[in-house]
Design a binder for this molecule. Structure first.
Ligand code: ADP
Ligand code: ASP
Ligand code: MG
Length: 415
C-alpha cells in the first residue's frame, strides 16, 4: 500500500469552495492508487481569532486551556473535509489527535510529538477507508489533555505522519507555489527555488520564514521524508513546487540563498545587574520557566561589578518576561536598576550554506544596511546565517536591500 501525505494550510481550506478544491486534489491522488492521509489546518484567520479570545480573557493564560480553545479550529476543517470527500464517493474518515493517537509531551502550546502509533489508521485502510483526514496541530499530551504543537504546527503533524507511515512523499499545499529566496509578499523580486537543502530550510524557518514550521523541517531531515511545498491554487503539475532535499542534490547554489525576517520582536535590557558567576542562569532560567523564548543575548562590558544584560524575545512575551524578572528580583535571586523594553524591533537574517566556504558575507551585510542608514542593535551569527536586530520600520527596506545586494533574483552558478 503506498501512502501519500497531503497537508492543506489555512488559506487552502479557508471556506467551503476551497475545501472542495482541495478535496479534488485528494481525489486525484486516490485515483492514482494512493491511500491518502490528509492533514488539515484551521480555516485561515481562525486560530488567530481563537488566540485573541484566550488573550483577552486571561493575558497570562493557563496553557492547558489555551490548547483546549485553539485546537478547535482543526476539528471543524477535518470534519468538513471528510464530509466533502464522502460526497465525492470517497471513503473518508476524520481523526482528531487523541483518536489516532498523536502522542505528545505535555508542554502545552509547544508540545512535541513523541509517537504516532499507526495501527488504528492502518486497520481502517485495510478495511475500506481510502482517506484519513487528520486534524493538524493537535495531539494527546502525556498528561491526558489536548495539546498543540506551536503556531504553524500542522506542517509538523504532516511530516511526522509521513515518517510514521513511511509515506512516499509529504506534499505541503499552501498559498505560495514553493519556497522563495525571501517572502514573496515583501518583494516581487523574490525567486522560487526548485530545491532547497534541509539545513538552509531549517535556518530560514527558524529565522521567521513561516512557509514551514521549523520542527517539521527537523523531522523531515532526520527521517528522510521527501518534502515538497506547492500551491493549492495552481493547476496540477507533478513537478511543481519546491523540493526540500539533501545538500548533495542541489545543483545551483548562491553564497546566500535566502533572506528571512521576524517582524514582532522585542529587545529587553536589564540595566545594572550584579556581574557575578551565575547571573546569566539567575536571569535566563526563570525566563525559560515562564515560557519566554529568548533568542539573542548580549552582555555588555562590566563596570564596577555591574553590567547590562540585553536579550530579545517575541513582542507578545514581554509581559511574561517582565513578570518573571520582577518575581526573581522580589525573591532576591537578582537585582537590577531598571528593565527597559524596546517593542519596535525586528530581526532580519541572511542564510546560505555557501557561507561556510566564503568569508565577507557579514561585512557585506553590514555595509548594505549602513548604506540604507539602518542602525544595527544586536548581531548574532552561526556557520550558515547572520542575523541583526533593527528598528521594525526599516525591516522591509532591509530585506529588499539585502535581496538586491546578494543578487538573489538570479539563479546561482553550478555548485
Ligand atoms: P499555511 O496556512 O498554508 O500554513 P503560512 O501562512 O503558514 O501558510 O505560510 C505561507 C506563507 O509563508 C506565504 O504566504 C509567505 O507569505 C510566507 N513566507 C515567508 N517566507 C517565505 C519564503 N521564503 N518562501 C515562501 N513563502 C514564505
Ligand atoms: N492553525 C494553526 C496555526 O495557525 C496550525 C497551522 O495552521 O499549521 O498556527
Ligand atoms: Mg503554516
Amino acid at each position: 500500500m503506498s501512502i501519500l501525505v497531503m497537508k492543506f494550510g489555512g488559506t487552502s481550506v479557508a471556506n467551503l469552495d476551497r475545501i472542495a478544491r482541495a478535496a479534488k486534489r485528494v481525489a486525484r491522488e486516490v485515483a492514482n492508487g494512493h491511500r491518502v492521509i490528509v492533514i488539515v489546518s484551521a480555516m485561515s484567520g481562525r486560530t488567530n481569532e481563537l488566540v485573541g479570545w484566550v488573550e483577552e480573557t486571561a493575558p497570562l493564560y493557563d496553557a492547558r486551556e489555551y490548547d483546549t480553545v485553539v485546537s478547535s479550529g482543526e476539528q471543524v476543517t477535518a470534519g468538513l473535509m471528510a464530509l466533502r470527500l464522502q460526497e465525492m464517493d470517497i471513503c473518508a474518515r476524520s481523526w482528531l489527535g487523541w483518536q489516532v493517537p498523536v502522542l505528545t509531551t505535555s508542554d502545552h502550546a509547544a508540545a512535541r510529538i513523541t509517537d504516532i502509533p499507526t495501527e488504528n489508521i492502518l486497520a481502517k485502510f485495510d478495511e475500506d477507508m481510502q482517506v484519513a483526514v487528520v486534524a493538524g496541530f493537535q495531539g494527546l499530551g502525556a498528561d491526558g489533555r489536548i495539546t498543540t504543537l506551536g503556531r504553524g504546527g500542522s506542517d509538523t503533524t504532516a511530516v511526522a505522519f509521513a515518517a510514521a507511515f513511511d509515506a512516499v512523499r509529504c506534499d505541503i499545499y499552501t498559498d505560495v507555489d514553493g519556497v522563495y529566496t525571501t517572502d514573496p509578499r515583501l518583494t516581487d523580486k523574490a525567486r522560487r527555488l526548485d530545491r532547497i537543502a534541509f539545513e538552509e530550510m531549517l535556518e530560514l524557518a527558524s529565522l521567521g520564514a513561516k512557509v514551514l514550521q521549523t520542527r517539521s523541517v527537523e523531522l523531515a531531515m532526520r527521517y528522510k521524508v521527501r518534502l515538497r511545498v506547492l500551491s493549492s491554487f495552481e493547476e496540477y503539475d507533478p513537478r511543481a513546487g519546491t523540493l526540500v532535499c539533501d545538500e548533495e542534490d542541489i545543483v545551483e547554489q548562491n553564497v546566500v540563498s535566502g533572506v528571512a525576517y521576524q517582524r514582532d520582536e522585542a529587545k529587553m535590557t536589564l540595566i545594572s545587574v550584579a556581574d557575578r558567576p551565575g547571573i546569566a542562569a539567575a536571569i535566563f532560567v526563570p525566563l525559560a520557566e515562564a515560557g519566554v523564548n529568548v533568542d539573542m543575548i548580549v552582555q555588555n562590558i562590566s563596570e564596577e561589578g555591574r553590567t547590562d544584560m540585553t536579550f530579545s524575545c517575541p513582542v507578545n512575551q514581554v509581559a511574561r518576561a517582565r513578570k518573571a524578572m520582577e518575581s526573581a528580583r522580589d525573591a532576591g535571586a537578582i537585582n537590577f536598576h531598571d528593565l527597559v523594553a524596546d517593542t519596535e524591533v525586528a530581526k532580519v537574517s541572511v542564510v546560505g550554506i555557501g557561507m561556510r566556504s566564503q568569508s565577507g558575507v557579514a561585512a557585506k551585510m553590514f555595509r548594505v544596511l549602513a548604506q540604507e542608514g539602518i542602525n544595527i542593535k544586536v548581531i548574532t551569527t552561526s556557520e550558515i546565517k547572520i542575523s541583526v536586530l533593527i528598528d521594525r520600520k526599516y525591516m522591509e527596506l532591509a530585506v529588499q536591500a539585502l535581496h538586491d545586494a546578494f543578487e538573489l533574483e538570479k539563479p546561482g552558478s553550478a555548485a
